[in-house]
Design a protein around this ligand. Structure first.
Ligand code: PAF
Length: 275
């Protein structure tokens, strides 16, 4: 496995590769990332993982400085799984100030976008740069960041990018908590409470499967149940899987999404529901 820090070296290394599967990450890898990298092997002869904490997708009061940077441990986890790790510095990714951005569709201002202004613009911009640098045939993203994945799919389709986007299933701890680098911010008490987010999504999904059709009530009840336990809820929302719009009455493929804070930690999760 080769660890590469510069764009020039990356281009030289990947220039002749014909079948690249790419997993972009911000590092601090957990079993969810590892599963995605393992899945990547089935999509390409050369597996590339990027590790880059992208300043453009963090708001001024978010955790960019605090975000765990663990390159050495990450590389150990990737040994035998990835062929190339691309770990550029901020100066390497943004040698000049980034003044051009992807302009996003309205869905990027809803759900997480409503609470993290500019996040998806910064995310989409770096993903486009990374796809241009690595030029993979396939790129894999976790379904835990469901809205991110939906926006990337739209970007790739609408800009005719020559890459197939694959969504990897969310990996969970035994108690149901979706794995996330941010879980390590949780105190012991918060960690005990954290699986409640997934349980709440399961309750909503169960209600839909049992014929619940008043989605606004289901969303409000779920938000109230979490708030009662001390969560600061941003949203619980039932959307269509395709495009994340508010579902039509006959929509069969739904997803329940939620974001809420436990203490200082913001957690997101989602659950697909097929009727
Ligand atoms: O999901 C992430 O880790 C990041 O948003 C991504 C896609 C690597 C872009 O920085």
């Amino acid at each position: 496995m080769q660890v590469i820090h510069s764009v020039a070296e990356l281009r030289a290394r990947l220039g002749a590769e014909k079948s690249i599967a790419f997993v972009p990450t911000m590092g601090n890898l957990h079993a969810g990332h590892v599963a995605l990298v393992e899945q990547a092997r089935g999509h390409g002869a050369c597996v590339v993982v990027s590790i880059f904490v992208n300043p453009l997708q963090f708001g001024p009061n978010e955790d960019f400085d605090q975000y765990p940077r663990t390159l050495e441990a990450d590389c150990q986890k990737l040994q035998g799984l990835a062929d190339v790790v691309f770990a550029p510095s901020v100066a390497e990714m943004y040698p000049e100030q980034q003044t051009l951005f992807i302009e996003l569709p309205p869905i990027a201002d809803e759900l997480c976008g409503a609470h993290r202004p500019g996040h998806f613009r910064g995310m989409a911009t770096v993903v486009l740069k990374l796809l241009n640098l690595v030029q993979p045939q396939t790129a894999l993203f976790g379904k835990k960041d469901y809205q991110q994945l939906a926006i990337i799919r739209q970007m790739v389709a609408q800009f005719n990018l020559p890459v197939v986007i694959v969504g990897g299933e969310t990996v969970r701890a035994e108690d149901g908590l979706a794995l996330s680098s941010r879980n390590q911010y949780l105190t012991e008490t918060e960690r005990t409470e954290a699986p409640q987010l997934h349980l709440t999504l399961q309750t909503v999904a169960g209600a839909i499967l049992n014929g619940g059709v008043d989605f606004a009530v289901l969303e409000k009840d779920a938000e109230a149940a979490l708030a009662k336990r001390g969560w600061r809820v941003e949203y619980v929302s039932i959307r269509s899987q395709q495009g994340l719009h508010k579902p039509q009455a006959d929509e069969k493929r739904l997803v329940v999404l939620a974001a809420a804070r436990l203490g200082a930690t913001r957690l997101i999760d989602n659950l697909e529901v097929c009727l």
